[in-house]
Design a protein around this ligand. Structure first.
Ligand SMILES: N[C@@H](CCC(=O)N[C@@H](CS)C(=O)NCC(=O)O)C(=O)O
Length: 209
């Protein structure tokens, strides 16, 4: 299997799961700053011109959440459970994609992507625009996490990898987590996983964001 990635937010999910499951994945770095994701060869794999992309034999798969599920299925792992928990996991993946991540990832885009790739600075108006949404959905997450170690059942799933993905960058991006102690506790627990802390094979070499 080949996993095309950059050391940025969405590929981080796929890289972390691949590493956590110790799958035989060849990690192929795509330099966004050089436009390597916009070449005809890359766009033939992903017409969205985005990373991550997984190539597994004949299968060419884009979308980080789908890639995580495929990797877990391949490994026979309960990260993507086969029983009724699967619907719960799907619920959190959808909630993340449509509600939480659009707000949380704006902090990442403004504070990390703009200075790193777009030679511009974070726009305070954009941060102010998404902060109410962030607080609204973080409150939902906070309430759900009370008395739980993980989002679904009593075990780690791809839902934790998806919903938590902006949290390693909370310091750099100024995510307003002060009022959310359960989220901070949950993330501290995820941070105990080596693959969560160091998902990228070239992390040291590329001075990842
Ligand atoms: N929904 C996609 C989003 C992927 C995505 O936004 N990837 C970013 C890196 S975090 C990217 O490749 N951006 C390049 C661009 O937009 O030009 C997923 O989850 O895989």
């Amino acid at each position: 299997m080949k996993l095309y990635y950059s050391d940025t937010l969405n590929p981080r999910k796929a890289c972390a799961v691949a590493r956590h499951l110790k799958l035989p994945v060849e990690f192929i770095h795509v330099a966004l700053e050089k436009g390597e994701h916009r070449t005809p060869q890359f766009c033939a794999m992903n017409p969205n011109a985005k990373v991550p992309v997984l190539v597994d034999g004949e299968l060419v798969l884009w979308e980080s959440n789908a890639i995580m599920c495929h990797l877990a299925e391949k490994a026979g792992s309960d990260l993507w459970p086969r029983d009724e928990r699967r619907i719960e996991v799907l619920r959190w993946l959808m909630w993340d994609a449509t509600e939480f991540a659009p707000a949380a990832s704006t902090f990442y885009f403004e504070h990390i992507i703009k200075p790193r790739f777009l030679r511009s600075e974070a726009d305070p108006a954009e941060i102010a625009r998404v902060t109410p949404d962030f607080e609204r959905y973080a409150s939902v997450l906070e309430a759900h996490l009370k008395g739980r170690d993980y989002l679904v059942g009593n075990a780690l799933t791809v839902a934790d990898f998806a919903v938590g993905i902006t949290l390693p960058y909370a310091g750099k991006t100024g995510l307003p987590l002060q009022a959310f102690p359960e989220i901070r506790r949950w993330h501290a627990q995820l941070d105990e996983l080596p693959a969560w802390r160091e998902p990228f094979p070239a992390l040291q070499a590329t001075a990842a964001a």
